[in-house]
Ligand binder design. Sequence first.
Ligand code: GLV
Ligand code: MG
Length: 301
Amino acid sequence: MSVPASSERFLARARNLAADEVMLDLEDSVAPAAKETARHLAVGALKAGGWDGRLVAVRVNGATTPWAYRDVIAIVEGAPGAAGSLVLPKVTSPAQVSWLDLLLGQVEQAAGVPVGRTRIQAQIEDAAGLAAVDAIAAASGRLVSLVFGPADFMASIGMRSLTVGGQPEGYAFDAHHYALMRMLVAARASGLQAIDGPYARIRDIGGLREAAASVAALGYDGKWVLHPAQVDVVNEIFTPSADDYARAVRILDAYDRATGVDRRGAVMLDDEMIDEASRKMALMIAAKGEAAGLPRPAASG
Ligand code: GLV
Ligand code: MG
C-alpha cells in the first residue's frame, strides 16, 4: 500500500488496512513543495509505530534528485531501525544501488542500527533501468526486491496510454509482458522478490483484477495498491486457490511416499506424472498458501 507521506490522514488510515506492507512515499505522490513536510511526517509515523506486523518501507526520492540523500539520513537517523526497507525509485544503473548501500552503511553506524539492517527495493521504471536490470538486481546484498513502475515505464518508452498499469488500445497482446518477464527473471536470478506496480484506475476493480491476475500467474510475489478499495482484490488474487493448495500438498505427500517408501523418483498421481521438479512447483504453491494463511489441507491417504 503506497501512501503519500505528506498526508497525516492517509498515514493514519494505512495502519488499519489488510496490506502486507505499507510504503510511506516521499517521491512522486508528494509535491516538490511538500517534500520536507512529508519527510518530517514519515519520521513521525515511523516513530509512532503501531504497524501491527506489517512491513514498513519508505520510498525516498531518486538518486539524481536534490532530496535523496536527506531523505535517507532523515529516515534512518530520525527513526533508527524503524523502516525495514527503502524503496529507491527510477533506478537506471547498479551504481545508484551501490550509492544507497554505502550511504545506508554510514548512516546506520551513526544511528546505532546494525549495518545491513535496512534493506533496499529497487524500482525499475524506465528503459535504462530495464536494460541494466540484471546488474541492478546483483548490486547489493541489501536488495530484497525489484518493483516494476508502470507509470514511469510507460512514459519512458512512449507507450500510447494514459492509464497507469493498463493496456494501450490498439495492441492485441499484453503490452507489459516483456518488461514484467525481463524483470522477473532478473529478480529470480539474484534471489529477489518481484513486485508489480500500481493500477491507477481506482474504481475499475475489474481492470485491477485482470492486471493482478496476469502478474500473479507469471510468478510475481505481489502488487502495489494505491487505495483501500484495492487491497482485498489483490490479496485474493495472490492467494492460491484452495484447490491448488490441496493439490500441491497431495503432490508433496505422494512424492514423499514414492521416494521415501517405494524408492521411485517418478510416479503417477491421478493423470499426471510427478517427479522432483513437480515437488519444487508444489513447494512453491504450498508456501504461498501457507503465507496467505490458508487452512492446511488434510493429508491424503
Ligand atoms: C510507480 O512509481 C510508477 O511509476 O508506476
Ligand atoms: Mg514511478
